[in-house]
Each structure stands twice: as structure tokens, then as C-alpha cells.
Design a protein around this ligand. Structure first.
Ligand SMILES: C[C@@](CO)(OP(=O)(O)O)[C@H](O)COP(=O)(O)OP(=O)(O)OC[C@H]1O[C@@H](n2ccc(N)nc2=O)[C@H](O)[C@@H]1O
Ligand SMILES: Nc1ncnc2c1ncn2[C@@H]1O[C@H](COP(=O)(O)OP(=O)(O)O)[C@@H](O)[C@H]1O
Length: 299
């Protein structure tokens, strides 16, 4: 029996500009995604019926991940089969290291990984355009998980185009014990903010193209930070601790609650991580940008 394993990365938003809510309930975005070195692995193999198992890293509560038809990896598998008019099923195993409801798009990573893994398992040769369109049906962040690297996202976040990024960035990632619901954060944003048309700042794109850490630190921003902080005031202390530990800047990841700290280099990230680990349990250093979903094993 053939098993194919695909690895897909977590994402962060270096800029997250959010416009006024659309009629379909989604918000127009101008965002800059970056894929960071934290991954879920998805393995698929032939089976008569669909099945899903989740194995999680010890710091992740497996019970938070649905294993019924609502799991976005299963939705991805069924969508790909339907797209090709196939009456086929597969067994899917997710090895989770990306925290659940962390603002790091772990579910989207699983969906992207499943699309790619099943495309290879079934030798479907789905075009890139079709894979991206299927990914967009599954969730706004899923196309980026296929593309990886650093990219601008527009529309509701599903329209992605790569941008020049000459940096080797190091982030310290502080996870939270409890997740935050993305729709709840968007609702709080609607309540709090008078949104304008979002745009990606030129200064941020220039900082990425130049690989300039100080310039990047000065140009990151997140419109969902205020609503995330309103729902989780404790995150202000995490951001303050990162600043005190000497990070170049601190940022909430997407809709939160994960906090991110930009560092000078790997050694600086290790030092900032050590300091933050004195007070916080789940602190990691991650390099960026990294590749989108990619095959790691045929067995
Ligand atoms: C906020 C962001 C920033 O990248 O990521 P996370 O922090 O959740 O990882 C994304 O916009 C999350 O994208 P994703 O988690 O794929 O969202 P979807 O499944 O498409 O939508 C879930 C819900 O989020 C809200 N939503 C999502 C995207 C968008 N542009 N506007 C929205 O209002 C809607 O309430 C929607 O029903
Ligand atoms: N494969 C999956 N992994 C994680 N969560 C999933 C998955 N499939 C569905 N979900 C649901 O999606 C919600 C948000 O998932 P996740 O992608 O981890 O967070 P975020 O949107 O904050 O980046 C979870 O709380 C869970 O209920």
C-alpha cells in the first residue's frame, strides 16, 4: 500500500489590513503572508472508506481538532475527489504541531497538504490553477498554504501572489493555552472599527525586498490586533515581555492569540526565546520564509 506524506507550514501575517465587511460576511483583506518553520504533516493512503486520525504533539490538545466531516482535511479530500468525478476514498493521518485556533492557519495547512497528497496518490495531475481554486473553496488561507514563501493576499485572502523576500527572518513564537475563534475576532473588529479600504504598505514590501530587519520591524501591522486584545487582554503582557526581552518588534499572529517577535538572527532568537520561556510554557524559534506544502515521503 502506498502512503504519501506532505508537510505544510504555519503562516503569519506581516501586515493584515481589513476592510468593511462584505455582503457575503467576509472582509476584504490586503495582507502579507509569510510561511514560518512550524509544520503539520499529513499522510494519505488508499482505503475503501474515508477515515481521519489526528496525532498531536504533546503540547496540543488533540480533542480540539474535529475528526468528523467538518475537519478541513477530510473536506479537502472529498472536494478533490468530486472535482475529478471520482468515487474514491482515502485514509488521512494528521500529525499536528501547529496550535489549534492559534492564528497560524494550521487547519488550512492540513487542507493544502491533503489536496497535494491525494493529487499525488491518485496521480490526478490537477493543474496549479485548479488546486488553488479548490483551496480557496476550503478557506481563505488555504491557497497561501500551497504557495508558501512570502505573498500578498487580496480578496478575502484567497488571491495570493508571491513577493520578493530576500530576508532570512527569525521569529520567536509564543503560543497560548487557549485558542481564539477567527469569526469572533472579526465580529469584534466590526464592533470596534470604522474600516477603510485596506492596502499593503510600500515600506513593508521594500523591507522584504531588501531583507532589512529594522525596516521590517517598523512596518509590520495587524488590524485584528485591537479586537484580539479586546477579547484577550492578557496578550498585552506577552507583547510587553517580548519587547523587554529585546525583540525588534512584537505582533499578534492573524486573529491571535499567538504572539510573534522579530529577532536579529538565530542566536538572538535563541536568547529571546530563553528569556520568554522563563514565564511562558510554549515558546519556539522559527525561521522564515519557508516552502509551501511539499511532499516529504513516499512509502
Ligand atoms: C484571520 C486570518 C488572517 O490570515 O487567519 P487566522 O488568524 O484565522 O489564521 C484569515 O483571514 C482567516 O482565514 P480562514 O481561517 O481561512 O478563514 P475562513 O475559513 O475562510 O473563514 C472563517 C470565518 O472567518 C471570517 N472571515 C474570514 C476571512 C475574511 N477575509 N473575512 C472574514 O470575515 C468569516 O467569519 C468566516 O466565516
Ligand atoms: N485539520 C484541522 N486542524 C485544526 N482545526 C481544524 C481542522 N479542521 C477543522 N478545524 C476547526 O477549525 C478551527 C480553526 O482552526 P485553525 O486553522 O487551527 O486556526 P486559525 O483559524 O486560528 O488559524 C478549529 O478550532 C477547529 O474547530
Amino acid at each position: 500500500m502506498t502512503t504519501i506524506s506532505v508537510r505544510a507550514p504555519a503562516k503569519i501575517n506581516l501586515h493584515l489590513g481589513v476592510g468593511p465587511v462584505r455582503e457575503d460576511g467576509f472582509h476584504p483583506l490586503a495582507t502579507v503572508y509569510q510561511a514560518i518553520g512550524m509544520y503539520d504533516d499529513v499522510s494519505v493512503s488508499e482505503a475503501a472508506d474515508w477515515s481521519l486520525a489526528v496525532r498531536a504533539h504533546e503540547r496540543i490538545d488533540v480533542a480540539e481538532v474535529p475528526t468528523d466531516a467538518s475537519n478541513v482535511a477530510l473536506r479537502a479530500g472529498r472536494l478533490l475527489a468530486a472535482h475529478h468525478d471520482l468515487d474514491r476514498a482515502a485514509s488521512i493521518v494528521i500529525e499536528k504541531a501547529i496550535p489549534v485556533a492559534g492564528g497560524l492557519a494550521g487547519g488550512s495547512a492540513d487542507a493544502a497538504a491533503t489536496l497535494l497528497a491525494l493529487d499525488r496518490l491518485w496521480d490526478l495531475q490537477t493543474s496549479d490553477d485548479d488546486l488553488l481554486a479548490l483551496a480557496a473553496e476550503l478557506g481563505s488561507d488555504v491557497p497561501f498554504a500551497l504557495v508558501g514563501g512570502t505573498a500578498v493576499g487580496t480578496g478575502r485572502g484567497e488571491v495570493v501572489s508571491r513577493v520578493a523576500d530576500r530576508g532570512r527572518w527569525w521569529w520567536v513564537v509564543v503560543e497560548s493555552d487557549i485558542g481564539l475563534s477567527t469569526p469572533a475576532v472579526y465580529r469584534e473588529y466590526d464592533r470596534m472599527a470604522v474600516a477603510a479600504d485596506p492596502a499593503v504598505p510600500e515600506a513593508l514590501l521594500a523591507a522584504l525586498a531588501d531583507g532589512d530587519r529594522r525596516a521590517l520591524a517598523a512596518s509590520v501591522s495587524n488590524d485584528l490586533a485591537a479586537p484580539a486584545l479586546a477579547l484577550r487582554p492578557d496578550l498585552a503582557q506577552v507583547l510587553a515581555a517580548g519587547a523587554a526581552a529585546g525583540a525588534l518588534t512584537g505582533l499578534i499572529s492573524g486573529s491571535g492569540p499567538t504572539c510573534l517577535f522579530l529577532c536579529e538572527d538565530q542566536a538572538h532568537a535563541a536568547a529571546v526565546r530563553m528569556t520568554l520561556a522563563e514565564e511562558h510554557e510554549r515558546v519556539f524559534a522559527a525561521a522564515a520564509p519557508v516552502a509551501g506544502a511539499h511532499v516529504v515521503e513516499y512509502a
